[in-house]
Design a protein around this ligand. Structure first.
Ligand SMILES: Cc1ncc(COP(=O)(O)O)c(C=O)c1O
Length: 312
């Protein structure tokens, strides 16, 4: 996805050529990763020939929450987020009809070392948009990482700040060195948290379990949607509760969910094959989620898709 840069980017309030969006190497964002960001998907709706951006408002409000939790100046952040709302639409139009896109709205501190007062920092914002490849269908192999999810007492898992994602670098490398697709992180209480980019659900005897937010997980927008979808199914019962590590191996099925991963089945964890590589709950949730993203199945939630028309 990141191999080929698009020609256009949305940069500080307007569309610009990709190469114009630069900061100095000594800037606060380049030095300490001081940015808050979101990952959104814009799905091409082939029937209505427009894009549908999934949960635009939920993403923008989480962006504002991340900025608040990490003490970005409030008024300037709000201004940037308002511009980003317009920017998402303008960028999707500029990228053009017919493809799916992954979008990264970001607000960052350009200048002002650890600054938090409005007169101490200069903010910037951008949206990078990439053509999104379809998520691979094959079920994933996972390992439980020896590294832990950062606790709320250091960098809160509720904050999507760039610097915090360094905590996923070693788990990802660890997974790759074991020949696995993904690393599942435990929290400091040794129960299951999430991966570096997705929430985890396990299924046992028609009960679907996912860790609660207090167990060190991002308030994932897809996680919430999946909980809503599962509540609509008469044959499953969904609960948010802590998951001890061993329960992972006893699961009938498991799946990861996130904007980028969509819904991905887990075939094995630490080499232990789950009962179903892709079980009926996983495939049911995946089908419903994707058909809502494509506008084929209507979501009861009227804010699920924010439509972007393309003028001929
Ligand atoms: C650490 C982490 N967990 C989970 C997710 C999934 O969140 P969402 O469903 O909002 O994309 C993400 C992606 O943003 C993430 O970075």
């Amino acid at each position: 996805m990141y191999e080929e840069n698009p020609e256009v980017i949305w940069w500080n309030g307007r569309l610009a050529p990709w190469g114009e969006a630069t900061v100095h190497v000594t800037s606060e964002v380049a030095t300490r990763g001081t940015n808050v960001f979101e990952g959104l998907r814009a799905y091409w709706q082939s029937e209505s020939e427009r894009h549908g951006v999934v949960h635009l408002e939920r993403h923008l409000s989480r962006l504002g929450r991340s900025a608040r939790l990490i003490r970005f100046p409030a008024a300037a952040t709000a201004e940037h987020i308002d511009q980003l709302r317009t920017g998402v639409v303008e960028l999707v139009r500029a990228l053009g009809p017919g493809s799916d896109y992954y979008l990264r709205p970001t607000v960052f501190i350009e200048q002002g070392r650890y600054g938090w007062r409005p007169d101490e920092v200069r903010l910037g914002s951008y949206i990078a948009g990439y053509r999104a490849d379809p998520t691979p269908m094959h079920p994933m192999t996972c390992v439980v990482s020896t590294w832990r999810r950062t606790p709320d007492a250091s960098i809160s898992p509720l904050v999507k700040v760039g610097a915090a994602y360094q905590a996923f670098r070693l788990p990802r490398i660890e997974a790759a060195m074991h020949g696995a697709d993904e690393a599942i992180l435990l929290n400091s209480q040794d129960t299951v948290a999430e991966t570096g980019g997705a929430a985890i659900f396990i299924v046992r005897d028609a009960t679907v379990v996912t860790p609660p937010l207090a167990d060190g997980v991002l308030d994932s927008i897809t996680r919430r949607t999946v909980i809503e979808l599962l509540r609509e199914r008469p044959d499953t019962h969904v609960v948010e509760r802590s998951i001890p590590r061993s329960e992972l191996y006893a699961a009938d099925e498991a799946f990861l969910c996130g904007t980028l991963d969509e819904i991905r089945a887990v075939a094995s964890i630490d080499g232990v094959a789950l009962r179903w590589p892709t079980g009926p709950v996983t495939s049911g949730v995946r089908t419903s989620y994707l058909s809502r993203c494509r506008g084929v199945e209507k979501s009861g939630d009227r804010e699920f898709l924010h439509f972007v028309d393309h003028v001929a």
